[in-house]
Ligand binder design. Structure first.
Ligand code: NOJ
Ligand code: CA
Length: 521
């Protein structure tokens, strides 16, 4: 790996609450993560991104931070975090932590102080307090989780929260806010973290005067439309300041933007040479299962980052979206497509993200009992949106009964059929999803860092070349015969199902193959 490890890194997302529970309270924790570093090293990823583990009342799974410099007791202690970083480094794994700068928790000392202070006071100026309009909120903005984005306080003023009322938005025009986050970055950089995943990176700066959005249906995390509270040009100045801090530390410390923006060009603006290193490619998550859609999103993504000399990222799942086995149709079809998507994704130039459990082929759990739902979206939507708990069910590690080695219990129930999908059950099975990920991650290291050449292929097939490897993907539900690109290196389907001939190969439905050399090779 070159010095710029992040250009090609495979980054594994750990949703701490649901990864591994070391102390038996049913909630994943940092010692639990530490106990599984061997698994991650064996899987073959380069870095681990940890979702927020800071002190939090957990109004939004920890994305409501009350103390950015400490660990919530439910997740462990600050020394657990330090031990985790050290041990990860010993195992040659980088560590990326989440930073949540758009909002704090309503229990953060600053917000407590703001509530006790007068309208117009310096304490209120750290947040976005405003007087109402015509007896209602100051403007028409909606919370991403449903309902108005404003909540009224005792003296009649309203405060902005793009998410839950427990997540008041900070005022990034206030120099104290900027200085505080620079100090928080340094706090974690001093503890050795290799980078930050920046939550709502497109949200910190709001349009001047907080104008109405003047459109219905604003509320969605996945929105790509232009809105007065997202993707404002002023946000880039913050990243230019942060980049200077990152660059002032030894090693390559990185910033990764979680930014939902209208298109790949807007996203690339976050990746200009003096800003951030990577941004999540949510357009890839949104691509429909078709050769045309994937070809388009891959081309658009690569073209946009080429202009700023940044790598593209490739993301299939995370803790906010439906797991892709389910998104691709569920059942055997979803699994087949997910295996093919994994091989395509790992063949692409840039950095790839793996969300915990996708390497086990886990599906979305869509029938969690209502009484266990914890996502604020469930309450805020008036019980019309079940929310994101279905992709956050604790991982199955071993054994034949829930909680499958996750801990002594699990905070969300796991389905019985996950007995077949535990890490233990898959470890030695060469046909398992886990084996496919391990092999693809290993061979991916041999691909060139950059460059992708499309080869001619029938309508429903993509064929691309990366150095000595050709990757073919048959998106259609029917077999397709093509000229044989080389010898089989890795396949998402049983190799016996590939109709390999001297000159041709028949690709089974919804399958991907890596081929090496030329056809005689
Ligand atoms: C994006 C995070 O990924 C999501 O889980 C969270 O609810 C929002 N940002 C608000 O912090
Ligand atoms: Ca625990």
């Amino acid at each position: 790996m070159s010095n710029e490890w992040w250009r090609t890194a495979a980054i594994y997302q750990v949703y701490v609450r649901s990864f591994a529970d070391a102390n038996g309270d049913g909630i994943g924790d940092l010692p639990g993560v530490r106990s599984k570093l061997g698994y991650l090293a064996e899987l073959g990823v380069d870095a681990v991104w940890l979702t927020p583990f800071y002190t939090s009342p957990m109004a939004d799974g920890g994305y409501d931070v009350a103390d950015y410099r400490d660990v919530d007791p439910v997740f462990g202690t600050l020394s657990d975090a330090e031990a985790l970083i050290t041990e990860a480094h010993d195992r040659k794994l980088k560590v990326i932590v989440d930073i949540v700068p758009n909002h704090t928790s309503s229990q953060h000392p600053w917000f407590v102080e703001a509530l006790a202070a007068e309208p117009g006071s310096p304490a209120r100026d750290r947040y976005l307090f405003r007087d109402g309009r015509d007896g209602g909120p100051p403007n028409d903005w909606e919370s991403i989780f449903g309902g108005p984005a404003w909540t009224q306080v005792g003296d009649g003023q309203w405060y902005l929260h793009l998410f839950d009322p427990g997540q008041p938005d900070l005022n990034w025009e206030n120099p104290e806010v900027r200085a505080e986050f620079e100090s928080i970055l340094r706090f974690w950089l001093d503890r050795g973290v290799d980078g930050f995943r920046i939550d709502v990176a497109h949200g910190m700066v709001k349009a001047d005067g907080l104008p109405d959005a003047a459109c219905s249906d604003q509320a969605s995390l996945l929105t790509s439309r232009a809105l007065p509270y997202f993707d404002q040009d002023g946000v880039h100045e913050i990243y230019r300041a942060w980049r200077k801090i990152l660059d002032s530390y030894p090693g390559e410390r990185i910033g990764v933007a979680e930014a939902w923006v209208p298109n790949a060009e807007r996203l690339a603006r976050y990746l200009r040479p003096d800003e951030l290193h990577q941004a999540f490619n949510f357009h890839y998550v949104e691509a429909d299962w078709s050769a045309t859609a994937f070809r388009q999103v891959i081309d658009d993504s690569l073209a946009a980052v080429a202009g700023v000399n940044a790598p593209s990222t490739w993301v299939l799942s995370n803790h906010d979206v439906q797991r892709h086995v389910t998104r691709y149709g569920g059942g055997e079809q979803g699994m087949r497509r997910a295996r093919a998507a994994a091989l395509l994704t790992m063949a692409l130039p840039g950095s790839v993200y793996v969300y915990q459990g996708e390497e086990l082929g886990l599906e979305e759990i869509t029938d969690l009992p209502e009484e266990v739902l914890a996502d604020p979206m469930w309450e805020r939507s008036g019980h019309t949106e079940r929310g994101r708990d279905g992709c956050r069910v604790p991982l199955p590690w071993s054994g034949s009964e829930p909680p499958f080695g996750f801990g002594a219990s699990s905070w969300l129930p796991q389905p019985q059929h996950w007995a077949n999908l535990t890490a233990e059950a898959q470890r030695d099975d060469p046909d398992s999803m886990l084996a496919l990920y391990r092999e693809a991650l290993r061979r991916r290291r041999e691909l060139p860092a950059e460059g992708l050449e499309w080869l001619a292929a029938p309508e429903d097939v993509l064929a691309l070349r990366r150095g000595a490897v050709t990757c073919t993907v048959n998106f259609s539900a029917a077999p397709v015969t093509i000229a044989r690109p080389g010898s089989v290196e890795l396949a998402s389907c049983p190799v016996a199902d590939l109709g390999v001939d001297e000159d041709t190969v028949t690709l089974p439905p919804e399958s991907a193959v890596w081929w090496s050399g030329d056809r005689d090779g």
